[in-house]
Write a protein that binds this ligand. Structure first.
Ligand SMILES: *Cc1c(COP(=O)(O)O)cnc(C)c1O
Length: 410
């Protein structure tokens, strides 16, 4: 969805420099058609199998994007009461909302039950007790799966791995079968399935296969005890290609592997986040100053780690390109933000043309965990989000102003 026409870079049919002129920088920009394609790939891969695709809305919780996905038939994977609220506001059917998280509070559980969400992915014995008690108090039944920690080391950044031994997530593998027996005795709990999510930006199908095989063992043992598990929830985590040469498996490849392992009558839930929205988002930023220091070139841009924290938090690589073709000589450059932290950078040691002050750069693949993780650190108002659809530009979150910084202070 990104290409040059003559000397200018376009997202779909819109010239990026035009967006910069109209809405200022820095700004998040999304390609609607890329989001639609990514989601349709999942839908097609699921095919006639019973189940649904729940968008992991922590990756990007903008209401317009949520609304778009809910209209396409997506369910939602949520991790807090706030996310359930956002998803319901965006039109998701409560019967397609699943809710994971190690620390669900009493208020959140009650809210989720009253909202009639599809199911809880339960992550501890104490949480199971809490859900049972609250459900009893408000006289409803709670549908649950257990999130199982399968003890699989996926090859991703350590902060993104959630399914290895010692992680805080899920029920420990050795307690999984017992958990279902305990749940069966709870009056207000209805068991519907099993869940696992081993982490994010996983590029090897082998990790998913291994998890599925381990989960299948639990399913067999639980069903031998007379407890039927209708839904297999495979979580999210499918990686995307952040740099040239990085190959990401397709949803189809993932599902072919998983469907092979489980019985034909099983229903499936997938919870993709990054692989739906990641490569559909861009961060447009302007060069404020240039300098050379300690023998290094710096491009100082108007986007900071408060807008995009992934480079410093996860050592994430995002491609950075000028939005205008140039013959300027390429030099090794650090692209850094204005914030008072040495961790404030978009990219280091990049070969970039020596562009001028006032010119624009585009940081790619920031649709997931970009705007959603942004903050006002250094008292920088949140930046706008813009959705491009063909040749139309829609502002879907306006730029905040200095006054907004004080909004909740007393
Ligand atoms: C974050 C998360 C996801 C989405 O992960 P991606 O790597 O963005 O696809 C899915 N399920 C759960 C439980 C999560 O916490």
């Amino acid at each position: 969805m990104l290409r040059f026409k003559k000397n200018d870079l376009y997202v779909e049919q819109v010239r990026l420099s035009d967006i910069a002129k109209k809405y200022g920088t820095s700004a998040y920009i999304y390609s609607k058609n890329k989001i639609v394609n990514n989601f349709e790939n999942y839908k097609k891969a699921l095919g006639a199998k019973d189940g649904f695709i729940c968008f992991a809305c922590k990756t990007n919780s903008n209401g317009t994007i949520l609304k778009l996905l809910s209209k396409l038939g997506a369910g939602a994977d949520t991790t807090s009461g706030g996310e359930i609220y956002r998803c319901l506001s965006a039109g998701f059917s409560s019967s397609k909302i699943v809710y994971a998280g190690v620390g669900k509070t009493t208020e959140e559980i009650e809210y989720a039950l009253k909202s009639k969400i599809f199911m809880f992915n339960v992550e501890s014995f104490e949480e199971l007790d809490a859900i049972d008690k609250i459900a009893s108090k408000i006289k409803v039944k709670a549908k649950i799966s257990f999130r199982i920690n399968p003890y699989v080391n996926s090859s991703t950044h350590s902060y993104l791995a959630t399914g290895k031994k010692g992680a805080k997530f899920g029920i420990p593998y050795e307690n999984a079968v017992e958990a279902y027996s305990v749940a069966k005795r709870k009056k207000n709990i209805v068991i519907v399935g099993i869940h696992s999510h081993i982490g994010s930006q996983i590029l090897d199908i082998g990790s998913f296969r291994l998890v599925a095989q381990k989960i299948k063992k639990i399913v067999d043992a639980v069903e031998k005890n007379g407890i039927k598990l209708e839904y297999i929830n495979c979580g999210g985590g499918l990686g995307i290609s952040y740099e040239e040469g990085q190959e990401a498996p397709s949803p189809k490849q993932l599902m072919v592997e998983l469907f092979r392992i489980f019985d034909k009558d099983k229903k499936f839930i997938f919870e993709p986040g990054r692989s739906i929205i990641g490569n559909a988002g861009y961060l447009l930023t302007k060069v404020i100053y240039r300098k050379i220091s300690g023998g290094k070139n710096f491009l100082i841009v108007d986007a900071g780690m408060n807008d995009l924290i992934r480079p410093t938090l996860y050592e994430a690589h995002h491609e950075i390109v000028p939005v205008k073709k140039t013959n300027a000589k390429k030099v090794k450059t650090d692209v850094v933000g204005p914030i008072c932290e040495s961790g404030d950078f978009m990219g280091k040691d990049r070969m970039l043309p020596l562009i001028n002050q006032g010119e624009y750069l585009l940081v790619k693949c920031v649709g997931a965990y970009g705007a959603a993780m942004s903050s006002e650190y250094n008292s920088r108002p949140l930046i706008p989000e813009i959705l491009v659809d063909g040749c139309t530009i829609k502002l879907i979150r306006k730029r905040a102003c200095n006054r907004d910084l004080l909004a909740n202070e007393i």
